[in-house]
Design a protein around this ligand. Structure first.
Ligand code: HEM
Length: 168
C-alpha cells in the first residue's frame, strides 16, 4: 500500500529523532567546529590539496570555515544552518581530478580517527562524506556504469549515485 506523503510534522519529528541520535553518539556544535578547524588545517598543509584550496580561498578562510561548520551541522544536527550550492561550487573549480577526492576522503577519515567523540560518530560522518563525494564526482566527471537520480540536500540538487545492477 502507498505510504501517504510525510507531513511537515512528520519531517520535523524525523529531524528531531536524527538530531537526538547524533547527539547520543557525541556529535554537537563544539565537535563539528573542532572537526572542521582540524580538517582544514590539515588540508591547507597537504602537498596536493593545499595549493588547490589556497588558489581558490586565499586568505579568506573564516567565511569558508563558518560555511563548512554550518554544512556539517546541517548534515548531522539537522538545524538547517547551511544553504548553498555544493555542486556549483565544485564544478567551477579548475585542476581538480577524481583522485583528489580519494585524498580528501583519506584525510577526512584520519581527522575523524584522531578527533571523533565515538566510533559511531566517525562512521556516521565518514558515510555522509563518502556519499557526497560520490555525488560531487558524478557531477564533475560523470561516470560510466552509474545512474543518478536527483535528491535535494538543503538548497542544492545533488545526483544520488546508484550502481546499475550487475548484468546476468
Ligand atoms: C578534492 C576534493 C575537494 C576539493 C578540492 C574541494 C574544494 C572546495 C573549494 C575550493 C570550495 C570553495 C568554493 C568557493 O567558495 O567558491 C569548496 C566548497 C565546498 N565544499 Fe569542497 N572540495 C572537495 C571535496 C568536498 C567534499 C567531499 C565535500 C562534502 C563532503 C565538500 C563540501 C563543500 C561544501 C559544502 C562547500 C561550500 C559550497 C557553497 O559555497 O555552498 N567538498 N570546496
Amino acid at each position: 500500500m502507498d505510504q501517504p506523503n510525510p507531513t511537515p510534522f512528520d519531517i520535523a519529528a524525523r529531524r528531531a529523532e536524527l538530531e537526538r541520535k547524533s547527539r547520543g553518539i557525541g556529535i554537537d556544535e563544539a565537535y563539528i567546529s573542532e572537526l572542521v578547524d582540524t580538517f582544514y588545517q590539515r588540508v591547507r598543509a597537504h602537498e596536493t590539496l593545499g595549493p588547490i584550496f589556497e588558489r581558490e580561498i586565499g586568505d579568506d578562510w573564516p567565511p569558508h570555515l563558518a560555511k563548512m561548520k554550518g554544512f556539517w551541522q546541517s548534515l548531522s544536527l539537522y538545524d538547517g544552518s547551511y544553504s548553498g550550492k555544493p555542486v556549483q561550487a565544485h564544478t567551477k573549480l579548475r585542476g581538480v581530478q577524481s583522485q583528489h577526492f580519494d585524498i580528501w576522503l583519506a584525510l577526512f577519515r584520519s581527522t575523524l580517527d584522531d578527533t571523533a567523540p565515538s566510533a559511531e560518530a566517525a562512521e556516521y560522518l565518514e558515510g555522509r562524506a563518502q556519499n557526497i563525494a560520490e555525488s560531487l564526482k558524478l557531477a564533475m566527471f560523470g561516470s560510466p556504469g552509474l545512474i543518478a537520480r536527483a535528491v535535494r540536500i538543503d538548497g542544492d540538487e545533488l545526483p544520488l549515485v546508484t550502481r546499475l545492477p550487475e548484468s546476468p
